[in-house]
Design a protein around this ligand. Structure first.
Ligand SMILES: Cc1cc2nc3c(=O)[nH]c(=O)nc-3n(C[C@H](O)[C@H](O)[C@H](O)COP(=O)(O)OP(=O)(O)OC[C@H]3O[C@@H](n4cnc5c(N)ncnc54)[C@H](O)[C@@H]3O)c2cc1C
Length: 455
């Protein structure tokens, strides 16, 4: 049992009877002498809901604190196909099935990913408000106690057997400080509170560099929406982002049009105008129904497990470079961490240690995804840093072998080994394409400079 120890819960802790889930009226002060492990998950996005679900399924008393249970995270909403099966997501959550991913270069050269797709393969597109509320409800149905409220701070335990005290403001109003201050005692904490994680700050997890992403949801007339029935677009170029890509992703009755940047955050609105200009013929006349912006982490935090607190999802920094993808990695890391707690605590029967969390979650995570994250980082540096790199990227994306490998890796989240002849040919094409576009790019720049000096 976790508690050969004695825990004193704050008088204001929201105590609930596990069987009825109804608040117990007179809890002051409650001393628990022998009890099972209790976990708290901060944040109820894909990372938090998946972590909480795994904990509850493993028999652990689990609380999930979410500041905005009916809110919507700003997001493109593209997920890999394998997520549907792995997380048993019903088809009804999907707005669109994208079978053509078009990438468009600075000179408007385009390549359609999709020719290598097998029947039934597609990129599911959904709205985050739909996905998140589904995942949260399912976690609740497995016994997770959802506490609407804003996490504010953490009091560390005074011994390895004592619980942490979680301070939060109980309210369903996002960011409101007007609710009731509450305290919850928990033995293990999973910080799934996104890119601006307060849990990460509380444990001094260290910071990361981040991109800022800006997105407008634009409702299009039916005829224009038809163009995006099964098509998503990625635009690259200095005009839309100096170091990332801009996108038009289809949703049920609207498109999400956005862009991101790490190096020029103050200029984000200029880049948003850039993507609007590039996509103008297709989105003109649409009605902007929502404008949203949010940070995207660029790499994992220096410390992701401290004591009995673990970070997952964006709070940990699990978004891939190049594609800016984080939904699947959030859900996956949440589940992996939750399962590690279940295993280490033997279903909540004993206390867990920092070392057990590191071995069962952190090292396993790095083994499984470390190489993929580093590989995509290199690709982003090579192809997104200059217009000649971008032109080369689009040229390469026209290649069927590239498409097959990219789609396999994206849809099923595994690094696909190709055949050596194909890889050799691809290596040569990459080299040749980068070199040629660099020379053409330099010559064009030289010509521009000469013309400018004549004016
Ligand atoms: C504009 C944009 C477009 C994107 N497009 C895509 C895409 O198409 N595909 C993709 O895979 N990824 C995309 N991403 C990345 C993706 O959105 C994130 O990686 C993903 O949401 C991470 O999930 P999470 O659960 O870790 O964090 P979040 O989704 O950020 O969830 C954190 C949760 O914690 C809650 N919370 C935060 N602070 C507190 C607090 N103090 N107390 C209580 N609750 C709190 C929040 O309300 C939220 O519900 C995009 C990101 C942006 C910004």
């Amino acid at each position: 049992m976790a508690a050969a120890t004695t825990h004193l819960l704050s008088p204001s802790a929201p105590l609930r009877s596990p069987s009825t889930k109804k608040p117990i009226r007179k809890p002051i002060p409650l001393i628990i002498t022998a009890r099972k492990l209790r976990a708290a998950v901060i944040g109820g996005g894909p990372a938090g809901a998946s972590a909480a679900e795994a904990l509850a399924l493993g028999g652990i008393e689990t609380y999930m604190i979410e500041r905005s249970p009916s809110g919507a995270k700003p997001c493109g909403g593209a997920i890999p196909l394998c997520m549907l099966d792995e997380f048993s997501l019903p088809e009804s959550l999907i707005d669109r099935r994208v079978t053509r991913m078009r990438i468009i270069s600075p000179s408007n050269l385009s390549a359609d990913f999709g020719t290598a797709l097998l029947p039934g393969q597609h990129i599911p597109m959904l709205r985050r408000e739909v996905l998140d509320s589904f995942l949260r409800s399912r976690a609740e149905s497995h016994g997770v106690h959802l506490l609407p409220g804003l996490f504010t701070s953490l009091t560390p335990p005074s011994s390895p057997h004592d619980p942490y005290l979680i301070h939060y403001i109980a309210s369903s109003d996002p960011n409101s400080l007007l609710g009731k201050p509450q305290t919850l005692a928990a033995d293990v904490i999973i910080g799934a509170d996104g890119a601006n994680s307060r849990v990460a700050k509380s444990i001094d997890a260290g910071s990361y560099s981040y991109a800022i992403a800006f997105q407008e949801r634009i409702r299009l007339p039916d005829a224009q929406m038809q163009h995006y029935a099964d098509l998503a677009e990625m635009y690259i170029g200095e005009d839309v982002s100096p170091d990332f890509y801009a996108w038009v992703f289809p949703k049920c009755d609207h498109v999400a049009v956005g862009t991101g940047t790490v190096s020029s955050k103050q200029q984000i609105k200029k880049y948003q105008m850039g993507i609007r200009r590039r996509a103008k013929p297709k989105i003109e006349g649409g009605e902007v129904i929502k404008v949203e912006a949010h940070p995207i982490p660029e790499h994992p935090r220096p410390r992701r497990v401290v004591g009995r607190v673990a970070l997952v999802g964006d709070a940990a920094g699990y978004v891939t470079k190049c594609s800016g993808e984080g939904i699947y990695f959030a859900a996956k890391s949440g589940r992996m961490c939750g399962e590690a707690v279940v295993r280490a605590s033997e279903g909540g029967e004993r206390m867990v240690s920092e070392e057990e969390l590191k071995a069962g979650y952190l090292r396993r995570w790095d083994r499984e995804y470390g190489v993929m994250f580093r590989f995509l980082d290199v690709l982003q540096r090579v192809f997104y840093g200059s217009n000649w790199g971008r032109e080369a990227l689009v040229e390469l994306c026209g290649d069927e072998y590239v498409q097959k490998r990219t789609f396999e890796s994206y849809l099923y989240k595994r690094m696909v080994m190709g055949d050596w002849m194909g890889d050799l040919r691809l290596g040569w094409r990459t080299f040749e394409s980068l070199g040629r576009n660099m020379i053409v790019g330099r010559e064009l720049q030289r010509l521009k400079n000469v013309l400018a000096s004549l004016e």
